[in-house]
Design a protein around this ligand. Structure first.
Ligand code: NDP
Length: 391
């Protein structure tokens, strides 16, 4: 078939006419296929342009900040990093070049962030013993603060951090990322929907083997920087996640026993392990354990109901959580409910939204204080060979 068969134009005339030819061809029946667009469907949370996002400073560029926190901003919709705060300028500038961050502070000039309008929120990713100091300095500088877990070394420090947030009229959150993790959110949804029947019992086991020669583990074994031992660092996931699954219920008493191996040279300042029980007002018991002396790494939660149970193993990792649902009239099923890695962007976007509206974060400072009081009660109990401590 020749070029002229449909249009009556020669090839030369078609080429000379250029873009007008397709329009001529689209007349008549083909017109029905013209793109016309459609209205916005639903109310999707669209990523904000950079200029409208909340601006974050990351304080402490260690293993967790570099491995998870900073990359997590890459998938966020409401948040972006503008500043790094570090004691190692070369590392900070290297990371700045990789992530397009060009504002830098160190620990001595940190208070100058008060005059930096490019910072709205500060994320504290320092060793625990430094959380309170840098959180309070950031709040006094007029910034909102998301602080890593555990919130601080003592409940008195937690209370001082909350008071500083109130005085500054800024939001203070604790980075309990599991509340933003899709598999754990799905477990909570199923429990709240009654899929397990009435809740009866929760068990929680979390641990790993601490290496005293690896810098990120070394400070965890020193009371001044670690605050406490395995319960502060890893056991807190089990405690906080178990309480997350019992919304509306409150702890009434605590008992605990140390499980630190006798003579282990790693544990001169903090406990190597602890086994605990939390009695809830509903009558449900949470039984948990944490350890710096287990290998391989353990992250296990179990929720027992009157008609079904959920096992999560692993339960609180960065990238590999899953649910096994047993009972309830059907066969046992194992599945995942979403990409665990989304917890990091969901957490910072959740905090950005809360800070922008100046309303409390999903996991506020008060939750960190509650958990610290429970852990202090566990130590008090373990010091008395498992005495029951009212909380
Ligand atoms: P690292 O030791 O790897 O990093 C801590 C960073 O803090 C260092 O790299 C350093 O950054 C800075 N720092 C400042 N002063 C000191 C000091 N005296 N000693 C050591 N470091 C110092 O620890 P992690 O990244 O594992 O832990 C950091 C925080 O994150 C802790 O609060 C921890 O509990 C929490 N965390 C939370 C996790 C979660 O899943 N939510 C997982 C892992 C940790 P710089 O060189 O830039 O100054």
């Amino acid at each position: 078939m020749s070029d002229t068969s449909k249009t009556g134009l020669s090839r030369r005339e078609i080429l000379a006419a250029g873009a007008t030819i397709p329009l001529a061809l689209s007349a008549g029946k083909a017109m029905a296929q013209q793109a016309q667009g459609q209205p916005l469907i639903g109310d999707p949370q669209l990523p904000l342009p950079a200029s409208e996002r909340m601006r974050w400073a990351i304080v402490g560029l260690g293993t967790f900040a570099i491995g998870q926190v900073i990359p997590g901003f890459g998938n966020s919709s409401l948040s972006r990093i503008t500043s790094f705060v570090s004691g190692n300028a070369a590392k900070a500038h290297d990371l700045g070049a990789r992530y397009g961050v060009s504002r830098f502070y160190d620990y001595s000039n940190f208070d100058a962030i008060a005059d930096d309008p490019e910072i709205d929120c500060v994320y504290i990713v320092l060793p625990v013993g430094l959380h309170a100091e840098f959180t309070i300095r950031a709040l006094r500088a007029g910034k909102h603060v998301l602080c890593e877990k555990p919130m601080a070394s003592t409940s008195a420090e937690c209370a001082a951090m909350i008071a500083a947030a109130q005085a500054a009229n800024r939001q203070l959150g604790v980075a309990y990322r599991v509340h933003f993790e899709p598999n754990n959110r799905d477990a909570l949804r199923r429990i709240e929907a009654g899929e397990l029947g009435a809740m009866r019992y929760i068990s929680a086991d979390h641990g790993f083997s601490a290496d005293p020669n690896w810098p990120p583990h070394k400070w965890r074994l020193e009371k001044a920087l670690g605050g406490g031992g395995s319960m502060y660092d890893i056991g807190i996931y089990g405690l906080n996640t178990s309480l997350m699954m019992l919304p509306g219920d409150v702890p009434q008493s605590v008992s605990a026993l140390y499980s630190t191996p006798a003579g282990d040279p790693r544990f001169t300042e903090v406990e190597g392990g602890i086994d605990y029980r939390v009695r809830m007002a509903s009558g449900i018991n949470i039984q948990g354990s944490s350890s710096y002396c287990w290998s391989p790494y353990v992250s296990r939660q179990r929720y027992f109901g009157a008609t079904a149970s959920i096992a999560m193993q692993p339960a609180t990792t960065y990238d590999d959580n899953r649910i096994t649902l047993e009972g309830g009239g059907g066969p046992s099923r194992s599945f995942t409910s979403g990409d665990p890695m989304s917890q990091f962007s969901a957490q910072v976007d959740g905090f950005s939204a809360a800070a922008r509206a100046n309303r409390p974060h999903l996991t506020p400072g008060e939750m960190g204080l509650r958990d610290m009081r429970l852990i202090e009660a566990m130590y008090a109990s373990a010091d008395q060979d498992g005495a029951i401590i009212a909380v």
